[in-house]
Design a protein around this ligand. Sequence first.
Ligand SMILES: Nc1ncnc2c1ncn2[C@@H]1O[C@H](COP(=O)(O)OP(=O)(O)OP(=O)(O)O)[C@@H](O)[C@H]1O
Ligand SMILES: [Mg+2]
Length: 476
Amino acid sequence: MAAEPRAMPGPFSGLSVKLITIIVAVILTAGIVIYLPLVANYRDSWLADRLRIGIVAARVLDAVPDVMALPQTLTDRLLNSAGAKAIVYRRGGQSQLLSVEGVEMPKEVVTADMRLDDPVTRILGALDTLFAGNGRTLRIVGDSDGSADGVVEVLMSETPLRLGMLAYSRNIALLSLIIAAITAIALYVFVSRTFIAPIRRITANMVAYRQAPENANLIIAPEPRKDEVGIAERELAAMQTDLFTMLRQRRHLADLGLAVAKINHDLRNTLTSAQLLSDQVATLDDPKVQRLAPRLVTTLDKAIGFAQSVLDYGRQSATPPKPGPVDMRLLVEESGIEAGLMGHPDVRFSNGIPDGLVINADADQLGRVLVNLLKNARQALEANTGASHPPEITVTFSEAPDELIFTVADNGPGLPPRAKENLFIAFEGSARAGGTGLGLAIARELVEAHGGKLLFVDQPQGARFDIILPATARLS
Ligand SMILES: Nc1ncnc2c1ncn2[C@@H]1O[C@H](COP(=O)(O)OP(=O)(O)OP(=O)(O)O)[C@@H](O)[C@H]1O
Ligand SMILES: [Mg+2]
């Protein structure tokens, strides 16, 4: 019996949870990837704004020959409007300073050079600002517009920039969370409706159907969809219908088979009693009886044999192999004895299996396969009177990649056409008077139950059958 059917996962486990997790993870990763250039940009434009004040001051200084002549109130207003502590303007080897009255030169100064604009420097600068604490002083350096060699420096506190960047980051984080949530919800609803719900329906149906495959009510009713889900549902419905019909047929056949087995069983017992009577009759002295009795005895023997093989067929196909170590040379030897080959007056039997070859198999079943094949060969050889060469049966062993091959070959007449056409088909394959046509069918079933194959190999002379087992069965 296959594994127990599994319970269905709840609505927030299984596929749905995997889907939501992956959507949120992808959107948040994307958020982080675009966040860095965005925050660097924010810092850049903030710095550029402040630098512009410096550039305006530089223009003023360009126009006014003497800095000292500028009233302090004007300077203070200019600087305060930019939130700057001081502005330095360097030009032609000279530098001029505008500063708020009474300002002290700070100790910890970080430089933001606006003349460098590669993205890595910008992103690193932004990270530096974000992770430094408040209270540092910033020196923004940039070209003064106009004259080419003029450089402007603006000194100011970094804290407002940092606070602005933190607020901006919070906004971006909030925005990505909102986008992630909206996308996850929208995708979840869409995917649940179009995929997960039908998959759950199909899965639940399969779980239920497997528990009661003979209940036609459980056959899935396919939805009229043209996509893959629709095809899957229709195919599943077709498969379940086929299975349902097959199971019903099987049950009827099994019922019939049971009836046949019962009748057959009684028939065999009746025939056995008749055989006892015929044995008694054979002892009578009447010459007429003496002439007919042997025919009666063989006919009854055949009938009993037939009944017995039908009973065996019913029994054998049901049991799975019980593997264990099997010494193959010994098994072939014993099968030869059972097939009536030991001490046979005409047929020579040669066991070519190497000593010590042990495989993992059901000795009983594999023995039955060998006996069937050997018996067939013996019967064919015995019926083949007038052959020019001495009749012989050989069993040999060979190996191919992944395969162990046991060959049973004889030098008899070969398979008659009728047997060839219906080879391995129960009750059909017999071309022998008194044969039931079960031997090869049973043999093939037993070999296949071992994961192997039973093949008839065409030969110019005689018949050859190969029992092929997986190489993994070999123990030594
Ligand atoms: N080695 C062989 N040489 C020639 N013919 C064979 C050989 N093996 C099988 N056959 C033919 O194949 C037929 C089918 O064999 P199978 O063993 O299936 O049935 P059976 O021998 O007729 O009946 P059962 O084995 O059930 O008593 C045989 O009747 C025989 O004609
Ligand atoms: Mg046979």
